[in-house]
Design a binder for this molecule. Structure first.
Ligand SMILES: C[C@](O)(CO)[C@H](O)COP(=O)(O)O
Length: 242
């Protein structure tokens, strides 16, 4: 059995949502900050042993206050994020490695603090796939044709048949993913988009876990309202016993 650790990123300042006064991870849905909804999914999952949270240093006090208020007891590390997402991920992975005996026995699930609609099955499937195949990338089927365009012209049209959006969690063995982040720094790379991109650019084989379209990341104001609607639907279903 592996030790399974959720690595949650909440270092954003809400620039794409125009919510800098209060970063989007702290906006409330159904009376609770989005970040807490996300953390509770991992807190309450029986296969998750611990959580590490990367936060923006300017918002660390509020974050720690919320962790206490909402009794997120599995959160063993809070680390200050870095200048880039890559640096934040690297710092969080290093914090875990410094504290565990055997990093090869640790599975890390890297997840966005602003993806609160993650569900139990997806967490379990990520862990199982990483155990059996080595890694797991949550993907959701893309239902539209993809057009590549850098200006007003479209330079490529990609048929949608085999196109997925890579989401999160993105799940790895700690020793392997940390070695890759170390290598990226040695190579002078500092701003890779995410772990699956880093793996792909280094020629590593990746394995897909199918996630629901509802597992959205709240990036823009529209995403916030879509996410809130999903929460409304889930609440109605619970009340109706569905
Ligand atoms: C990890 C991710 O959610 C995959 O789609 C995404 O790369 C995170 O990107 P962001 O720049 O932190 O929004």
């Amino acid at each position: 059995m592996s030790t399974n650790i959720a690595v949650i990123f909440a270092g954003g300042i809400g620039s794409r949502m125009n919510s800098k006064a209060l970063p989007k991870q702290f906006l409330e849905i159904h009376g609770k900050p989005i970040l807490i909804h996300t953390l509770e999914k991992f807190e309450n999952h029986p296969e998750i042993d611990a959580i590490v949270l990367a936060t923006n240093p300017d918002w660390r006090d509020l974050t720690e206050k919320l962790l206490r208020k909402h009794e997120i007891t599995k959160c063993q590390w809070v680390v200050n994020g870095g200048e880039t997402g890559q640096e934040s991920r690297h710092k969080a992975l290093r914090a875990i490695a410094a504290d565990v005996e055997d990093p090869s026995d640790v599975i890390v699930l890297l997840h966005d603090g602003v993806r609160p609609l993650i569900n139990d099955a997806l967490i379990s499937e990520n862990i199982e796939m990483a155990r059996t195949k080595g890694n797991a990338i949550t993907c959701t089927k893309n239902n539209e044709t993809v057009a590549v365009s850098a200006d007003e012209t479209i330079t490529e049209v990609i048929p949608r048949d085999h196109i997925y959006a890579a989401q999160a969690p993105q799940t790895f063995h700690l020793d392997e993913i940390l070695a890759l982040y170390d290598l990226a720094v040695e190579e002078g790379e500092t701003n890779s988009i995410d772990s699956c991109t880093l793996m792909a650019t280094h020629g590593r084989q990746l394995f897909r876990v199918e996630g629901p379209r509802s597992n959205i990341k709240i990036t823009t104001a529209e995403d916030f309202y879509v996410c809130r609607t999903y929460f409304d639907v889930l609440e109605t279903q619970q009340i109706a016993g569905m």
